[in-house]
Design a protein around this ligand. Structure first.
Ligand code: SF4
Length: 695
C-alpha cells in the first residue's frame, strides 16, 4: 500500500490532532502533491462536514512561510534568536551524545515535556515514550489541562466515561457547565442546537458571558471556583423538594446518607453568597433539573482550573445519579469519553523498558519551579536536559516568567520539536522540524465522542520535516551507537505499524479505518442506566474511601480558591484566562488570518470596574499582581462580570506589549485532586497606562 496518494487530484481522510473534544474527521484535497483545502468529512456523523474556523485554515498553517523546515542549532546566546541550519545527522548525533553523557551521570537529569499539541497515539505517546523509558529519564506528570477533573470522574464513576455526545440532541434540559462550547466544542454545540430546536432549554454556567451564554436561554454567571457550592445547593433543593430518584439512589450509589447531610449544609442563600448569584437563580435551576427529563450536563475542563476543581467535578458528577438522569440515553453527564478507547498503550509506550528503574516524576504544571531547582535529595538531580514536543510551555505554563527564566538557563540543554519558532523554540539549543497532521500517520481516540479515527498523510513532509515518531526513531539509531539497548527492533517500528499496534487485539478494525477513516466503538447507549459504574463498589461513589486514604475529603465539598478577590485588597479582581475563539491554547496564534480576527491581547472588564479606574474600551492597561505584570488592551464588551476580568489566551509572550501573556500572572499552586494547575484562581489589579510602551 502506498503511503501517499498517487493520482494528481485526490482526497485524503485524516483526523484533527488538536486538543479539542470533537476530534473531527478531515478531508484534504490534494492537487499534484499540494494540499489545497481541508474540510470536514460529511460522512463522519460527529463532524457532519463542518470544521471550526481554526482548522479550516489548516493549509495556511501547513504552508506558512515561517515553518521550521530544517534542523536548527543555536548559534548565539540563549534567547537571542540566533540559529544556524544544520543537517539531521549533525543535529541527531550531537543530541544523542549530549543526552548519553548526561544519562551516564544520571538519566533522571533528562526530562521529556509534551502534551496535547498533537493528540495522536503515535505522534504523541509511542516512540517518544519508548525512547525515554529506555533512557531511564524522569517521568512527566501530564497534568496541565484535565487531571483534576479526570481524577474526580474516576473517583465517582470509575473512569472517564459518560453520555454519548450524539444523544444530547434528544435532551430536554442541557446544562453547559464551564464550557464555551461554540469556541471549544463546536460539534457538541450542533447537537445542543438540535435539542434546542426540539424544545430543550439550554443553561450556561460560566463566569464569563461567553458566545455560548449568548445563545442559551439562561446564564448563571457565577464567580470563578465556586461551582461546587452551586452543585451542593442544587442537591439541597433536590432533597428539600424530593426531586429524587430513590430507587436509583438505593441501587446504584454509595454514600447517600453522608452526601445528603453535606448537601443540607448548603441552602441556596449560602451558595448564592459564595457564587455571587441570586438565590432565585439557584432555586429555579434546581427546579428545572429536578423536574425535567431527560436532563443532561455537558461539563468541560474550564471549571476544574481552580484549587477546588476536583471537588467541584465530583459534586457535579453526583447530580445525575440523584435524579436518575442516567436511566435515559439523553440524560447524564459528559466531561470526557476518553476512557472508552481500547488503545494498546502499553504496547505503544513500552513502560517495561524501564526494567527495575523507578525514575522520579516531575509535574509539568510546575515546570518553572522544576527548572529553577538546584537539585537536592528530595527533588533529585537538577534538570540538565529537556526534550519538548507537542507543547509550548514557555507560553502555556503557569507563572510563565519562571518557566521562561528556567528555559533561559545557559546550562540547560533543550531540544524542541516544532513547526514554528514559538516562545519555547526561541530558547532551545536545537529546534527539530516536525511534520504537521497533513504529513504523517496517526491514530486518534476522542475525549468528546466515542469513535476512533485514522489520519493518513495527505502530502509529503514539507522541507526536511520528520514526524515525531520518526525523530525519536532516528535519535534511537544514534543512541544505539553509544548504548546497545537502543538497537532493539521496537525502535524500528514505522508510524503505520504503530497505528496498527494501537488497535491490535481490540474490537477496532484497522481495515475499516483505512477505508472510512473512522470506526465507532460498540458501546451501550446509556452507560449507567443499570448502574455498572467501574468503581470498586460498582456504584456511583458519592463517598470515596480511596480519596479519604489519600487525605482528600471522602465527600465532595466546596474548596475556596487560593486567591479570593476582595474589593478592599490590593488585588481586588479575580482573573480567568479561557481560550480566545480563534486560538487553541497557544496553537494558531501565528496564523495571520486567525490572529487578525483576534486583533491583539485583551482583558475583558466590567464597565463598573473599568470606570472606577478611569479605563475606557481599547485603553492600554497594566494587569499586575506580585508575580508580574502583563500589558494589553481593555475590552469593555459586556462579557466580564463585576469583580472578574478575563484575559483571553493564549497569546505567545513575544506578541505581548511587554513580552508577556496572561500566564505572567497565574501561579503554580495545584488543584485539590490531580495535581493540576489553577489558571482560573488568580487575583490581579488593573491600571490604565498613559501612553503606549513603544510611543
Ligand atoms: S479543533 Fe476541534 S472543532 Fe476544530 S477541527 Fe479540530 S476537532 Fe474539529
Amino acid at each position: 500500500m502506498s503511503a501517499l496518494p498517487d493520482s494528481a487530484v485526490t482526497t485524503v481522510t485524516g483526523a484533527c490532532p488538536h486538543d479539542c473534544p470533537d476530534t473531527c474527521s478531515l478531508r484534504t484535497t490534494v492537487i499534484d502533491g499540494v494540499a489545497t483545502r481541508v474540510q470536514g468529512n460529511a460522512d463522519h456523523p460527529h463532524t457532519g462536514g463542518v470544521l471550526c474556523a481554526k482548522v479550516s485554515k489548516y493549509t495556511e498553517r501547513t504552508y506558512h512561510a515561517d515553518r521550521v523546515l530544517q534542523p536548527l542549532k543555536r548559534s548565539g546566546p540563549k534567547g537571542s534568536g540566533q540559529f544556524a541550519p544544520v543537517s539531521w545527522d549533525e543535529a541527531l548525533g550531537d543530541i544523542a551524545r549530549r543526552l548519553h553523557t548526561i544519562a551516564q551521570r544520571n538519566p533522571e537529569a533528562i526530562l521529556p515535556y509534551s502534551y496535547a499539541g498533537t493528540m495522536g497515539q503515535v505522534q504523541g505517546e509511542s516512540m517518544d515514550r519508548r525512547f525515554f523509558h529506555q533512557l531511564g529519564a524522569s517521568l512527566l506528570d501530564r497534568t496541565i489541562c484535565a487531571s483534576a477533573g479526570s481524577e474526580a470522574l474516576t473517583a465517582t464513576y470509575g473512569g472517564k466515561l459518560g453520555m454519548r455526545v450524539e444523544f444530547f440532541a434528544e435532551s430536554q434540559l442541557i446544562l453547559i457547565w464551564g464550557s464555551n462550547a461554540i469556541t471549544s466544542s463546536l460539534h457538541f454545540w450542533r447537537y445542543a442546537q438540535e435539542a434546542k430546536r426540539n424544545g430543550a432549554r439550554l443553561v450556561c454556567i460560566d463566569p464569563r458571558k461567553s458566545e455560548t451564554a449568548d445563545k442559551c436561554h439562561e446564564h448563571l454567571q457565577l464567580l470563578p471556583g465556586t461551582d461546587a457550592a452551586l452543585a451542593l445547593a442544587l442537591m439541597h433543593e433536590l432533597i428539600r423538594n424530593d426531586w429524587l430518584d430513590h430507587d436509583y439512589i438505593a441501587r446504584h450509589t454509595l454514600g447517600w446518607d453522608a452526601l445528603k447531610a453535606r448537601a443540607l449544609e448548603w441552602p441556596p442563600a449560602r451558595a448564592a453568597a459564595v457564587c455571587g448569584l441570586q438565590e432565585a437563580q439557584i432555586t429555579a435551576l434546581a427546579r428545572a433539573y429536578g423536574t425535567t427529563r431527560p436532563a443532561a450536563i455537558r461539563l468541560n475542563y474550564g471549571m476544574q482550573r481552580a484549587r477546588g476543581g476536583g471537588n467541584a467535578v465530583r459534586a457535579i458528577a453526583c447530580l445525575p445519579a440523584l435524579v436518575g438522569a442516567w436511566r435515559h440515553r439523553a440524560g447524564g453527564l459528559l466531561l470526557s469519553a476518553s476512557g472508552a478507547l481500547p488503545a494498546q498503550r502499553a504496547r505503544l509506550q513500552m513502560p517495561h523498558l524501564l526494567g527495575e528503574r523507578r525514575p522520579r516524576t516531575i509535574n509539568m504544571s510546575t515546570i518553572g519551579d522544576a527548572l529553577l531547582h538546584p537539585g537536592d535529595a528530595n527533588f533529585g538531580p537538577k534538570v540538565e536536559a529537556l526534550v519538548v514536543y507537542n507543547s509550548n510551555p514557555v507560553a502555556v505554563a503557569p507563572e510563565s516568567h519562571k518557566a521562561a527564566k528556567g528555559f533561559a538557563r545557559e546550562d540547560l540543554f533543550t531540544v524542541v520539536l516544532e513547526h514554528f519558532m514559538t516562545d519555547t523554540a526561541d530558547l532551545a539549543d536545537y529546534v527539530l522540524p516536525a511534520t504537521t497532521q497533513l504529513e504523517h500517520w496517526d491514530i486518534h481516540g476522542s475525549y468528546g465522542h466515542t469513535d476512533v479515527l485514522l489520519n493518513r498523510p495527505a502530502i509529503a513532509p514539507e522541507g526536511e520535516a520528520r514526524s515525531n515518531a520518526q525523530i525519536f526513531r532516528d535519535l534511537a539509531a544514534q543512541m544505539a551507537k553509544l548504548n546497545p539497548g537502543f538497537a532493539a527492533p521496537h525502535f524500528h517500528d514505522s508510524d503505520e505499524a504503530l497505528c496498527r499496534t494501537a488497535v491490535a487485539g481490540t474490537n477496532v478494525d484497522f481495515d475499516q479505518l483505512l477505508n472510512d477513516g473512522f470506526a465507532s466503538l460498540k458501546l451501550p447507549e446509556a452507560p449507567f442506566a443499570e448502574g455498572g459504574f467501574q468503581t470498586p463498589s460498582g456504584k456511583c461513589e458519592f463517598v470515596s474511601e480511596r480519596l479519604a486514604k489519600q487525605g482528600i475529603s471522602a465527600l465532595p465539598d466546596y474548596v475556596p480558591n487560593y486567591e479570593l478577590p476582595d474589593a478592599n485588597a490590593a488585588f481586588p479582581l479575580a482573573m480567568i484566562s479561557p481560550p480566545a475563539r480563534n486560538f487553541l491554547n497557544s496553537t494558531f496564534v501565528n496564523v495571520k488570518s486567525l490572529r487578525n480576527s483576534e486583533g491583539r491581547p485583551l482583558l475583558e472588564m466590567h464597565p463598573d470596574d473599568a470606570a472606577s479606574r478611569a479605563i475606557a474600551d481599547g485603553d492600554l492597561i497594566r494587569v499586575h499582581n506580585p508575580r508580574g505584570e502583563h500589558v494589553c488592551h481593555a475590552a469593555i464588551n459586556g462579557r466580564a462580570r463585576k469583580g472578574v476580568v478575563v484575559g483571553l489566551g493564549i497569546w505567545w509572550r513575544k506578541n505581548g506589549e511587554n513580552g508577556t501573556n496572561v500566564n505572567e500572572l497565574t501561579h503554580q499552586h495545584l488543584t485539590d485532586m490531580g495535581r493540576g494547575p489553577c489558571f482560573y484562581d488568580c487575583v490581579v489589579e488593573v491600571e490604565k497606562l498613559a501612553t503606549a510602551l513603544n510611543a
